[in-house]
Ligand binder design. Structure first.
Ligand code: NAD
Length: 497
């Protein structure tokens, strides 16, 4: 075991080839968004440091790929145990650097651990297939082999969960790995790597390099890195996808979102209100599965509008470390500014602010980056605010006359991360499930997040690639298939034995 950072008020380190290293890169402040206090300095590492990590991972691959899968997963069992033991301190770190409530941090960490659990099934999941006698005396096999060095580039909004959509599968399949966390929330991975350091993986199997665009570009161009997983905004996803593909790499890029929920007149309005309020305002709207548009069909408008306004006004906003708080701050002062200017854009386009959460006073947290829940009503379906990802606690209300018009509006969007329907009608639910152009569908669900054993299935501009993160898709992404066609001479062989 080597020494990581003992306190949060320090400059973070990289973890390369089984050792903690101070980086030569410029430091950047990591800010607690609830208090605006500096938590630590994160280094913006250099391309030379990325190269060091990639070379260590490439060297480690030669032995790691030959380590039987049943042994590889023993490290993951140990990691799960340590993550369970350190569950509360890690959840607190997530809240400190990311701003979400402690319960939300616990929820995402649980999802991270579930991916470790699923990846422990790799001896079953990584199996190939075979067929005897494809021709007389000839057999054919398909086997899965690891790729080599792979890397993940993560966003700020789920500092523990998102790297774990990929990391446990990459390792279990026999790849070696590099993690590049978001430079805005690097503390969580620092903590998790302190646990990884204790499970005694062979040196170089997993590496942590902190940084920003410079490190991302170094990953995209490094010849030893065979596969890249990215989660973040759509413009960056598109950039990564094309540059990584041009360099011949396997790549999966999850992008931004603008998630609609349709509310039919027969929906249970109490349940719908509670669930959609959690979806729109949970994690301060900074979830890629946050509801952003509520499309009320027919009479649903009368019951839902009043109920969701009440839910928005009564939501308790503050420091996520405090037990009574239901919504924390947004990530940075710039995010807050961007969200507030998008609310203004909606108003300029003709929407009415039913609940206006701009410039709130949060007692004791005057420096924090807070926006209270906001609801715009009478939003024109053709307006910019309907198309633009806000990534903040803002819900736009639209009124339409029919489910067909509502589904047409859902399908007109650029993104396809999630779409949800609230109804008591099985026929309406089936129609919606069949026709809605989104990869994650909720029926009376507000955050349709797939469990670890299902793929996280964004569509359209929410995803570039074909194989998604999590479960069997991840196993396919982190392996290459090899097909063997085999024949043995039958001539006189039995006389030799
Ligand atoms: P981001 O795109 O700004 O950053 C993501 C990562 O890319 C970070 O590690 C960052 O260092 C790096 N990066 C940023 N700009 C870059 C550039 N120009 N060139 C190369 N690398 C760059 O995203 P974010 O603000 O951290 O996260 C929020 C976004 O992520 C939202 O759009 C949200 O919808 C999306 N998101 C999507 C999913 C999904 O599953 N589809 C999940 C979570 C978040």
């Amino acid at each position: 075991m080597t020494q990581a950072n003992s306190s949060l008020e320090t400059t973070l380190k990289n973890y390369i080839n089984g050792q903690w290293y101070a980086s030569a890169g410029e430091p950047l402040e990591v800010i607690n968004p609830a208090t605006a206090q500096v938590l630590a300095q994160v280094p913006l590492s250099t391309a030379a440091e990325l190269n060091q990590a990639a070379e260590a991972a490439a060297a480690a691959f030669q032995t790691w790929r030959r380590t039987p899968a049943t042994q590889r997963i023993q490290y993951l069992f140990r990691l799960k145990t340590l993550m369970e033991e350190q569950f509360e301190p890690i959840a607190q770190t997530i809240t400190q650097e990311c701003g979400k409530t402690l319960d939300e941090s616990r929820g995402e960490l649980r999802r991270a651990i579930e991916n470790v659990e699923v990846a422990c099934g790799i001896p079953m999941m990584m199996q190939g297939s075979n067929f005897e006698d494809i021709a007389s005396g000839i057999d054919e096999f398909m086997i899965r082999q690891p790729l080599g060095v792979a890397a993940v580039i993560a966003p700020f909004n789920f500092p523990s969960m998102i790297p774990f959509w990929f990391l446990p599968y990459a390792l279990a399949c026999g790849n070696t790995y590099i993690v590049k966390p978001s430079e805005r929330v690097p503390l969580t991975m620092q903590k998790i790597f302190a646990l990884i350091d204790q499970i005694d993986l062979p040196k170089g199997v997993i590496n942590l390099v902190n940084g920003d665009k410079q490190i991302v570009d170094a990953i995209l161009d490094h010849p030893a890195i065979r596969a890249i997983s990215f989660v973040g905004s759509t413009p960056v996803a598109r950039y990564l996808y094309s540059r990584a593909a041009a360099n011949g790499k396997r790549v999966q890029c999850q992008g931004g979102a603008k998630n609609p929920v349709i509310i039919l007149p027969d929906a249970d309005i109490d349940m719908t209100t509670r669930i959609t309020a959690d979806s729109a305002f949970g994690c301060a709207g900074q979830r890629c599965l946050a509801a952003s548009l509520a499309i009320m069909v027919g009479e649903a408008r009368h019951t839902y509008t009043e109920a969701i306004a009440e839910a928005a006004v009564s939501r308790r906003v503050g420091n996520g470390l405090e037990a009574s708080v239901q919504m924390g701050p947004v990530i940075t002062a710039q995010s807050r500014q961007r969200i507030e200017s998008l609310i203004q854009l909606g108003i300029d386009e003709g929407a009415t602010p039913l609940v206006d959460g701009r410039s709130p006073e949060i007692a004791g947290y005057e420096q924090g980056h807070f926006v209270r829940p906001t609801i715009l009503q009478n939003v024109d379906p053709a307006s910019e605010i309907v198309k633009t990802e806000i990534f903040g606690p803002v819900l736009s209300l639209i009124h339409l006359d029919s489910i067909d018009a509502a589904i047409a509006l859902v399908n007109s969007g650029q993104y396809g991360n999630m779409a949800c329907l609230f109804t008591n009608s099985g026929a309406a639910a089936r129609k919606f499930r069949y026709e809605a152009e989104a990869g994650n569908i909720g029926i009376n669900i507000g955050v349709a997040a797939p469990m670890a054993f299902f793929p996280f299935s964004g569509w359209k501009d929410s995803f570039f690639g074909d194989l998604h993160g999590q479960g069997q898709h991840a196993v396919e992404f982190f392996t290459q298939t090899k097909v063997v066609v085999e024949r043995w001479s039958q001539k006189d062989w039995s006389r030799q034995f």
